[in-house]
Design a protein around this ligand. Structure first.
Ligand SMILES: [Zn+2]
Length: 166
């Protein structure tokens, strides 16, 4: 009987256990452990707070505005972001428009009404086109980091906190 129980236990080893520690999917550095007297889990490094749905093997970050979740595959956390991956393409298209359209309009304006070559401000139009491009690119990158490649942003924040606290 004991053997059967042990085997069953081994068989179910990919499942999650409340008292074990798990790698943190956010910073990939700390360990997630059960918080004393609570049903939540926290990371030892980035200090984010999670809940675990043991039946669905689902880890949810609860101190973030973005609903992030991961599935446990027995060895590591897998991003549970299939819908967001599909959205990714829409974001890229939106980003290309967001960056390309204003830059294109200004470039077109310059092409239709080119500045006089001897004008002292002739340098300003290409400079302005580049500024428009860079400004929109940064806006878009910020959104991407915040929303899509979020671990980078959170990781840098955690690292900054670590540096400040030491
Ligand atoms: Zn962490």
């Amino acid at each position: 009987m004991q053997i059967i129980i042990t085997m069953a236990h081994n068989h179910s080893s990919p499942s999650l256990h409340e008292q074990e520690e798990y790698p943190c999917p956010v910073c990939h550095y700390g360990k997630i452990t059960n918080m004393t007297m609570m049903e939540t889990f926290s990371c030892s490094f980035c200090q984010h707070i999670f809940t675990i749905n043991f039946e669905r093997k689902l880890l949810k970050m609860i101190d973030s505005q973005i609903p992030l979740s991961w599935l446990w595959n027995g060895r590591r956390w897998q991003s549970d972001h299939q819908t967001q991956n599909n959205l990714g393409l829409a974001y890229i298209l939106f980003g290309l428009l967001f960056i390309g359209l204003p830059t294109g309009i200004i470039a077109l304006g310059t092409f239709i009404f080119p500045p006089l070559p001897e004008s002292p401000f002739a340098w300003f139009t290409p400079f302005w086109i580049i500024c428009t491009f860079i400004a929109h690119l940064f806006c878009f990158l910020f959104v991407v980091i915040e929303y899509y490649q979020w671990p980078l942003g959170i990781y840098l924040n955690a690292l900054k906190r670590k540096v400040i606290s030491t």
